[in-house]
Design a protein around this ligand. Structure first.
Ligand code: SAM
Length: 226
């Protein structure tokens, strides 16, 4: 299919209606941001005609851009109390799509990507769209980003064997960490909330399938071996 023939705006509106609202996504900030951000700008030309498909897509280096529904679900799950003032950390930038969506309704997004080429391309993608309230860093996001902590929310787009302690340490009281935990095919999306009392509340939200978090608090290079 020739990409110039595709009406991306229409495809995006259909995605929001059919893939998000029909499956129960209702947060108006998330829905508006998903309707605004051009997912086609975060995939290579060969995949642009599939940009609004209900699935992840390859972005190179064995990584993927997340399924639109999962992006919306995770951002809604952050349950930000005051989104316009929120400072949020994302681990696993990929090419920047989820960070872009998040940036439309929070104050600032800090995002960390392990693969240098993806981090560089993500910076370019976000710059090209004029999204300036996002800072991309290259490194192991399992450590979080202490310099800008504590965060109003943390979202992790790769599966960890266990919840990385530094990420829990970098939550503000009342804030949540949304993270897939488990091995291939057996991951659960967890929401870990630091309650104002100092206690930790863990909720299991949904079964999910993510690429592995690689690094000190994740798996070794060989996929899904710690
Ligand atoms: N957030 C992306 C999006 O919006 O489409 C999806 C990212 S992809 C599912 C997961 C990303 O996590 C990959 O780009 C991978 O390189 C990255 N990753 C894996 N381990 C990481 C780590 N320890 N720190 C930072 N990024 C990591």
């Amino acid at each position: 299919m020739a990409t110039q023939a595709i009406d991306f705006k229409r495809a995006r509106a259909a995605m929001v209606r059919n893939q998000l609202k029909r499956r129960g996504i209702s947060d108006p900030h998330v829905l508006a941001a998903m309707a605004e951000v051009p997912r086609e700008s975060f995939v290579s030309i060969e995949y642009q005609h599939l940009a609004y498909k209900d699935s992840p897509l390859p972005i190179g280096y064995g990584q993927t851009i997340s399924q639109p529904y999962i992006v919306a679900y995770m951002l809604e799950a952050l349950a930000l109390e005051n989104p316009a003032d929120a400072i949020v950390l994302e681990v696993g930038t990929g090419l920047g799509y989820q960070a872009a969506v998040l940036s439309r309704f929070v104050r600032h997004v800090y995002t960390v990507e392990r693969i240098p080429e993806l981090a560089a391309q993500a910076r370019q993608n976000l710059l090209a769209l004029g999204y300036t309230n996002i800072t991309v860093s290259q490194g192991d996001g399992g450590y979080g980003w202490r310099k800008y902590a504590p965060f109003d929310g943390i979202v992790v787009a790769a599966a960890a064997p266990e919840v990385p302690p530094p990420l829990v340490d970098q939550l503000k009281p009342g804030a949540s960490l949304v993270i897939p935990v488990g091995s291939t095919g057996h991951q659960k999306l967890l929401r870990i909330t630091l309650l104002p009392t100092g206690d930790i509340m863990t909720e299991t939200l949904a079964p999910v399938a993510f690429v592995p978090l690689i690094g000190e608090h994740g798996y070794a290079e060989t996929p899904l071996r710690k």
